[in-house]
Design a binder for this molecule. Structure first.
Ligand code: ATP
Ligand code: MG
Length: 448
């Protein structure tokens, strides 16, 4: 695909002309778009509306990847959308989005397509929110043109549109150039845009890791400068963003990049941020060991556990004589700030405490295998036991006991057909001169 700017943007003009790439010059074919998304786009177009595929789907198809979901933007307003699609629901108070549902043969889990009306950028987010609470009809004032909608998005590569009317790609922000150069660049002034919504700071790191892109220099400076504002992001929003990360298995990479920019302490509790260097390899092993379809609750629990683990192990190494009640108090103390920061629900806190208690039982040499196997979190504990003890020298005596049980463990449904043999197996020795690194996985940025 060749990208050339057909029209230059007039600096004075508030509605910039987009670059339009006609169908023969880009690789997006309708075959690569979910059938039901195509149906929505066509119904909108046939009813006289503008309808674009937007966001990550356009980016991912252009990169030759399979999109996670298909977001649609249109000039139809939410009420019109609701009328056009009986299988839909208006969600959100401020930016009212419409979710359009499709049920397949399996009625339990619908396919959901987020369909939004073109929006203008917002300033004074809080004021807008307050006004709209009082006068919901004001939400309509937030709707805008396609150019404005592109401009309010986060990164240039996330602001491309695919137009169902002529199958062209529309680029208002030089996103295609950045896609070719593999660059994450925030749209507009970095300081303003990151201050406006500090979650974009984490999103910049996330996309850089996931796509293996470089963060543009100015964008990098802006995110570093604005990082203290991450402390003000509501816990629920932070948790939502991170849960998306867990299933995409980019948490280790994100933390690595966060360490590089020295910003992790702005969004993680200080005592956890100082231990990320030890936590990252453990999280990386969580990501490598559990299958991709693992649900976000499972991965959230394992990731938060891995974040706390190094600090606790420093104070209480796994050993025969350890006093469980002291460890429990410590876990409680460490869990509190991270739970608050991430709005971690009670069932996750309980599960993490349970994993810790089982882990230290294993460390003390508890081998009552039948009893242990009946505990829901046993396999999670065994995982952490294996990854934290397999590289220690001398290896604890109990390690060899558990490594010999893998066949028996694998017969238990809780083992979820995971390869516990691999977990207990000695890490492969690399043929390099630095044996210490034999256990370290690839650096996070280079993972994909
Ligand atoms: P994926 O779904 O693969 O994780 P995505 O790019 O589709 O990636 P979403 O979180 O689904 O990301 O968001 C959809 C689109 O909405 C983004 O591509 C971006 O254009 C816009 N967007 C999302 N969050 C923000 C934000 N905080 N600020 C500005 N625009 C955003
Ligand atoms: Mg998306």
């Amino acid at each position: 695909m060749t990208v050339s700017k057909a029209t230059t943007n007039d600096q004075q003009n508030s509605a910039p002309e987009p670059v339009i790439i006609p169908r023969p010059d880009h690789p997006i074919s309708r075959k690569k778009i979910a059938h039901n998304a195509i149906k929505i786009l066509y119904r909108l177009k046939n009813s006289g509306f503008t309808a674009y595929l937007a966001g990550g789907a356009v980016r991912d198809i252009l990169l030759g990847q399979t999109p996670a979901d298909f977001d649609i933007v249109t000039d139809a307003n939410p009420k019109q959308l609701k009328r056009l699609f009986r299988n839909s629901r208006i969600i959100g108070r401020r930016f009212r989005l419409v979710h359009i549902f499709f049920y397949g043969h399996n009625r339990s889990k619908p396919q959901i397509f987020e369909t939004a009306t073109f929006r203008r950028p917002f300033t004074l987010e809080q004021d807008d929110a307050e006004h709209i609470k009082e006068q919901p009809e004001l939400a309509n004032n937030l709707f805008g043109s396609p150019a404005e909608d592109a401009g309010r998005r986060d990164f240039t590569v996330n602001a491309l549109f695919y137009n169902i009317a002529d199958f062209s790609v529309i680029d208002y922000v030089d996103g295609l150039r950045d896609l070719e150069d593999r660059i994450i660049r925030i749209i507009g002034d970095p300081d303003t845009r990151f201050a406006e919504d500090p979650v974009r700071i984490l999103r910049a790191l996330e996309f850089a890791c996931r796509l293996n892109f470089t963060i543009d220099e100015e964008t990098g400076k802006g995110l570093k400068a604005q990082a203290p504002a991450l402390a003000n992001v509501p816990a629920s929003r932070l948790r939502e963003e991170l849960r998306g990360l867990y299933t995409k298995k980019t948490t280790a990479a994100l933390l690595t990049l966060g360490d590089h920019y020295q910003i992790n302490h702005h969004w993680l509790p200080e005592e956890i941020a100082v231990n990320t260097a030890e936590a990252i390899p453990i999280i990386q092993q969580v990501e490598n060991f559990f299958p991709l379809h693992d649900n976000d609750n499972e991965l959230e629990k394992m990731t938060v556990m891995a974040l706390i683990l190094p600090g606790i192990l420093k104070e209480y190494p796994l050993a025969d004589e350890i006093r469980l009640n002291l460890v429990q108090d410590k876990v409680e103390e460490w869990l509190k700030p991270i739970s608050q920061r991430l709005s971690l629900p009670r069932f996750q806190r309980h599960a993490i405490k349970d994993i810790f208690s089982l882990l230290y039982r294993l460390g003390r040499g508890d081998k009552r295998i039948k009893q242990l196997l009946s505990r829901e979190n046993f396999f999670a504990a065994l995982f952490f036991y294996a990854v934290t003890t397999r590289t220690t020298t001398p290896q604890p005596a109990h390690f060899s006991f558990w490594s010999q049980q893998t066949e028996r463990l694998n017969r238990n449904p809780g083992a979820r057909k995971l390869d516990y043999g691999r977990l207990f197996g000695k890490p492969e020795k690399k043929k390099t001169s630095s044996p210490d690194k034999s256990q370290t996985e690839k650096p996070a940025r280079e993972q994909k």
